[in-house]
Ligand binder design. Sequence first.
Ligand code: ADP
Length: 370
Amino acid sequence: MFAQVRERLIRWEFSSPAQQVRFIRWALPLLLFFIVLVYEFAEHTFSRKEGFSPDFLAEVLFFGILGPMAVWWILGYIGRSQKRLEDAYAEVRRLNAGLEQRVAERTAELARKNEALARANAELQTLDRLKSEFVSLVSHALRAPLTNINGAIELLDSEREALSPARQEVLDVLRDESARLTQLVQNILDVSLLEAGHLTPRRGPVALRPFLSRLLRGCFPTDRAHRLVIDVPSDLPPVWVDESHLADVVINLVDNAVKYSPDGGEIRVSARLDGGRENAVVLSIRDQGIGIPPDEQDRLFDQFYRASSAARQTASGYGLGLYFCRKLVEAQGGRIWVESSGVPGEGATFYVSLPSCPEGDGEDDPDPAD
Ligand code: ADP
């Protein structure tokens, strides 16, 4: 034990400065005591020649004991402070190590979760691709027999005078139902093509006034209940979109306007510069039909969503048209939304904001609306 202490003393090896201070706290006062004792002894014996006098004892007591005790007390205070400091450092190091370990554990856990998410994502993508492929395969397969059925119906229709009234009615039902089925198959096919990224827009300048006149004159139902108004200023800049995609969107929206205003009324197709967005044009389709409750308007552009107002009507549909429109409009860098008070008779207005044509890329299309 003593040899150990001696060894450590020779090499001045202590685990901490606090231990060093503790050692000095005892060693220094003792050393001072001996120095004072030797000094006083030499002074009183050899210089003053008085030996162990009361003066000698008093000086040894004062300088040899009180002085080293003061040193001992001060070093004790320093040692305790040092010890507290070392304990605090040790605690910080311990906390730090714990923290580092926890960070490492959490990082590993996150990496594991990320990996699982990436795997699940890849599986979902594969499933989604398989679903799209399956849907487009089925739709393609359905299109051929449907074309034959439609052809046969047209043939029968061309000779409808030869049929009895009851059979003519059956033929009408057949034609309507077949048209619905054809539309559904076409919608599903379009959506699956779009989701698979096969409907890439081929964008170019489209002057809305002549475009809308041409498009709606050809396909708008000619019933007397509905009145179509096209309201597009002649100086409106062309939009920069895929013309056939825009035609799909407009036809879908105008068809809906007709379908969801069973009592007829005006259907107004307008276009203006977008007040809130630079270099954009807003196309709007307004009807005077059944309207859409405000709390359902957010979900209207989701797949298969049909508003409760429509469910109350006999109007048929699958809730795919607006979803398809949104996808097509977004693919052109545009935006689609609806406004309606939800009050029947006040109708609904669908808005489509589209990028306008870059400067100098106008279309020299003759304007049939003029
Ligand atoms: P579908 O008409 O085949 O049901 P859409 O996706 O075209 O599918 O429309 C989704 C729903 O939006 C419709 O079911 C209907 O509730 C509502 N809707 C669309 N257009 C109108 C409109 N002009 N007026 C009132 N409701 C509409």
